[in-house]
Design a protein around this ligand. Structure first.
Ligand code: SAM
Length: 219
């Protein structure tokens, strides 16, 4: 028997299960985050399993936080440019890009609740992200200047498709930056490191409290 909450739309569900709080490693960025990660995970896997993927959007992942921090410290990377935030989750990377002066950010997600979270989080930070539901990995990057992807190399299938997309984007002239906390499927040989950070993470999610995280540029 579904709980009454099963009828909540994306924004109401997010507000009901998160708090608006600072992203731990991205100064000045607020996000709707779950303070008890596993509880929300279990909730989506039980009551909502038929129509809700795991709540990746409820956490700022180490890769995304590192990339967002990099943009705030190096605003010239995005200032005045059009940006694609791919697999955007909470939207932390795209929000930081706009705060750093990006002209426009398109954020793409396969999870409709993430799209709602990106819109809520962008509004909470006083910026406007063009959040979009869909899987564009078989296609093109749409002529943007910069493609950003935070913490996307966590599975073999995702990594293969993501790398192919990012390489096509680079061939079409985009600068491609990723943030990655030493996930197993990072195709390292294609990337050049730009900087490294130690990013605080919830122990319940990562089994450690800090992830050594690198911002990479597709070579
Ligand atoms: C580990 S989370 C990272 C989120 C965010 N970039 C960050 O660093 O906080 C990975 C995200 O990829 C999204 N995702 C998975 N496959 C995708 C695809 N083909 N296209 C777009 N997003 C996808 C998931 O829904 C999830 O939100």
């Amino acid at each position: 028997m579904p709980s009454p909450e099963a009828d909540l739309g994306g924004a109401a569900f997010i507000r009901a299960h998160t708090d608006l709080a600072p992203a731990p490693f991205v100064p000045g960025v607020l996000l709707h985050q779950a303070d008890e990660p596993i509880g929300l995970w279990e909730l989506t896997e039980s009551e909502y399993s038929s129509d809700r993927p795991p709540p990746f959007w409820a956490f700022a992942w180490a890769g995304g936080q590192a990339l967002a921090r990099y943009l705030l410290e190096h605003p010239e990377a995005v200032r005045g440019r059009t940006v694609l935030d791919l697999a955007a989750g909470s939207g932390v990377v795209g929000i930081a890009a706009l705060k750093a002066g990006a002209a426009r950010v398109r954020a793409v997600e396969v999870d409709s609740t993430a799209v709602a979270a990106i819109e809520l989080n962008a509004a909470a930070n006083g910026v406007a992200v063009d959040a979009e539901l869909g899987d564009i990995l078989a296609g093109e990057s749409g002529g943007v200047d910069v493609v950003l992807a935070g913490d996307v190399f966590y599975s073999k299938a995702m990594s293969d498709r993501m790398l192919a997309f990012l390489r096509r984007a680079a061939r079409h002239g985009a600068r491609v930056l990723v943030g990655d906390p030493e996930r197993a499927y990072l195709p390292r040989k294609f990337f050049t490191p730009l900087t490294r950070y130690d990013v605080p993470v919830p122990h319940a999610l990562e089994s450690v409290t800090v992830k050594h995280t690198t911002v990479w540029e597709l070579a």
